[in-house]
Design a protein around this ligand. Structure first.
Ligand SMILES: NC(=O)c1ccc[n+]([C@@H]2O[C@H](COP(=O)([O-])OP(=O)(O)OC[C@H]3O[C@@H](n4cnc5c(N)ncnc54)[C@H](OP(=O)(O)O)[C@@H]3O)[C@@H](O)[C@H]2O)c1
Length: 337
């Protein structure tokens, strides 16, 4: 495709107006849809399984699909300009591929694949957490089918990971217990669900291509086959605990704090996964990211300023995490996975 809007055939539309999304009622999808609708520049169509019991946000069009019937996927994607995939990580492995193949058949040019995680350039971390090769395969398939991808590197979702139990950031907010990884001082990049939603909506609101060679403004094409890097906070578990104590009005005396070596915890999680117990996955994933001798601070790469994203309050995000914890208690099926 020519690089400039001025060189495109008559009728070329230099904005994204029609967006399809998988997982509109899911954890991150809800926030992406909310930010897109707030931006008010897009018609959002939710691809949702015919038998789904997920509540979809108001303001989206709904296209019921069956992943075992490609025609339903192609029909739902026809005429869309951008496909955002936020699919449950527990979905069968080939579901992402079925969707991407249908997107190519429907003529969709751009896809945001499942990821919303750490830095895709950190190959070793990707391999150790088992997610890297899967993410790379998803991106390569999109390219192979002639489409372009834009992925989001945001680190762990802060509010979601503070919630959901001990195997994530080490907090059990109900029991008021915390497992500190090593000394609890390793800092990692995190993003709130809302910040990720805003970042995606900003990127999708950009002009697709620069007008001509003199146009140096930010465009969607800046991100083709690349990542959008975003963060909210670079924090340690000690920072998180300080925030939780401020927000809940508690002191150290209210918390039961234990410590575990991250490398031991990682090996324990890995052994569980290898024996078929997927409860070990969060354990291996989070402990690996907190390894003390590496940097997972995305600050030098993040594009928050470029995308004019707001600076957020850690304590407000902690409050959101505490609220989300109550909601996540009800998602027993997902929690077990
Ligand atoms: N950075 C982080 O901390 C973090 C944390 C968790 C997840 N993630 C990543 O974020 C992405 C989305 O995760 P999420 O937690 O937002 O997903 P989710 O809420 O668990 O699920 C999203 C949607 O997937 C669809 N779905 C569920 N089961 C399915 C199945 N068997 N087959 C096909 N579709 C199915 C459902 O949509 P319908 O019911 O409408 O069909 C659901 O609403 C994944 O790539 C995941 O790895 C990142």
């Amino acid at each position: 495709m020519p690089k400039y809007a001025n060189d495109q055939p008559v009728g070329f539309q230099n904005t994204i107006e029609r967006v399809a999304i998988v997982g509109a009622g899911g954890t991150i999808g809800t926030h992406i849809v909310s930010a897109l609708l707030k931006a008010g520049k897009h018609t959002v169509t939710a691809l949702s399984r015919k038998d789904s019991s997920n509540k979809l946000p108001e303001g989206v069009l709904v296209a019921p699909v069956d992943y075992n019937d490609e025609a339903t996927l192609v029909a739902a994607l026809q005429g869309q300009q951008f496909l955002i995939i936020t699919m449950a990580p527990t979905a069968p492995r080939d579901t992402h591929s079925k969707l991407v193949q249908a997107a190519a058949k429907a003529g969709i040019p751009y896809v945001m694949p499942n990821w919303y995680g750490g830095d895709i350039d950190n190959i070793k971390l990707g391999e150790d957490t088992l997610l890297g090769p899967m993410g790379r395969a998803n991106r390569e398939e999109i390219e192979r089918l002639g489409m372009q991808w834009i992925t989001v590197c945001c680190g762990f979702w802060y509010d979601y990971s503070l919630a959901g139990g001990d195997s994530r950031f080490g907090f059990d907010l109900v029991k008021r217990s915390l497992t500190l990884y090593d000394d609890g001082n390793s800092k990692i990049s995190t993003s709130t669900l809302a910040q990720v939603g805003r970042a995606v909506a900003k990127v999708l609101s950009l002009p697709v291509l620069p007008q001509d060679a003199d146009d140096t403004s930010l465009t969607l094409s800046t991100f083709f086959n690349r990542s959008v890097y975003v963060k909210s906070f670079v924090v340690s578990q000690a920072d998180m605990l300080a925030s939780v104590k401020r927000v809940t009005g508690t002191t150290d005396a209210d918390w039961t704090i234990t410590r575990q070596d991250t490398k031991t915890r990682y090996e324990e999680g890995l052994a569980q996964v290898k024996s078929g117990n997927m409860a070990g996955f969060s354990k291996l994933l989070y402990s690996r990211v907190f390894y003390p001798d590496e940097t997972r601070d995305l600050s030098t790469k993040v594009q928050n300023e470029l995308l004019e994203l707001p600076v957020e309050s850690l304590d407000e995000a902690t409050k959101a995490g505490i609220e989300l914890d109550k909601e996540l208690q009800l998602r027993t099926e997902r929690m077990a996975a």
